[in-house]
Design a protein around this ligand. Structure first.
Ligand code: HEM
Length: 179
């Protein structure tokens, strides 16, 4: 595995994701706890409407709904350190394992950005707090997506190593050669 957790820490710093963001996300927890179930239902209804995604979730929508609700509550739990990273990485690999193509995770994240911002716009009255909450939500969704994408990329290198018998270092050097 690349040192993805170091990349996560560096990107958190780069985008200025800090204790204020964590506090604002914690403040949003009750709002998303109240509306999370509807959001999750819409999320799975959208996946079910696409034939490829529908086949992947067939027969287990209820258990996936539960895991998605847990994912949503952790998004607003206010703790975004190493344990958060490890958990999100594991979730990324679960999607790799079942064959969810990565651009669908991007698509769903886009849906979550729009829906999440709409909830904030509708329920956070103070304009300054509303704008700051929206920024924090976008940052954490982007960080989650980044971790999942890193897990996908890491898995690809792993597969190449296994298929070719080449070391990770050599594969990484081959990839770098193409630049
Ligand atoms: C940002 C987007 C997404 C989030 C946050 C999300 C969240 C989750 C979470 C938390 C789990 C449980 C993983 C575990 O604890 O092992 C999971 C599993 C799963 N998700 Fe997603 N998901 C997303 C996108 C998608 C998409 C686009 C699909 C397409 C069908 C999908 C299908 C699945 C399936 C099939 C599993 C079960 C994996 C297994 O059997 O191990 N997810 N998802």
């Amino acid at each position: 595995m690349t040192d993805a957790s170091a990349i996560y820490a560096a990107i958190q710093q780069f985008i200025g994701f800090d204790a204020d963001d964590a506090a604002r996300l914690r403040e949003l927890a009750p709002l998303f706890a109240e509306h999370g179930s509807t959001l999750t239902d819409r999320f799975y209804a959208k996946l079910a409407a696409d034939p490829e995604q529908s086949a992947l979730i067939a027969g287990r929508v209820e258990s996936l709904r539960q895991t998605h609700m847990r994912w949503l509550s952790e998004l607003f739990a206010g703790d975004y350190g190493e344990r958060y990273f490890d958990d999100r990485w594991r979730i990324g690999l679960a999607h790799v394992r079942v064959g969810v193509r990565p651009w669908w995770v991007e698509a769903v994240t886009s849906f979550l950005r729009s829906e999440g911002l709409a909830l904030i716009e509708a329920h956070v009255a103070d304009p300054e707090r509303r704008a700051a909450s929206a920024r924090s939500l976008l940052k954490i969704l982007d960080l989650d997506l980044m971790i999942i994408n890193l897990a996908y990329a890491d898995d690809r290198v792993d597969r190449l190593c296994r298929f070719t018998g080449m070391s990770r270092k050599l594969i990484e050097r081959c990839i770098a050669q193409g630049r």
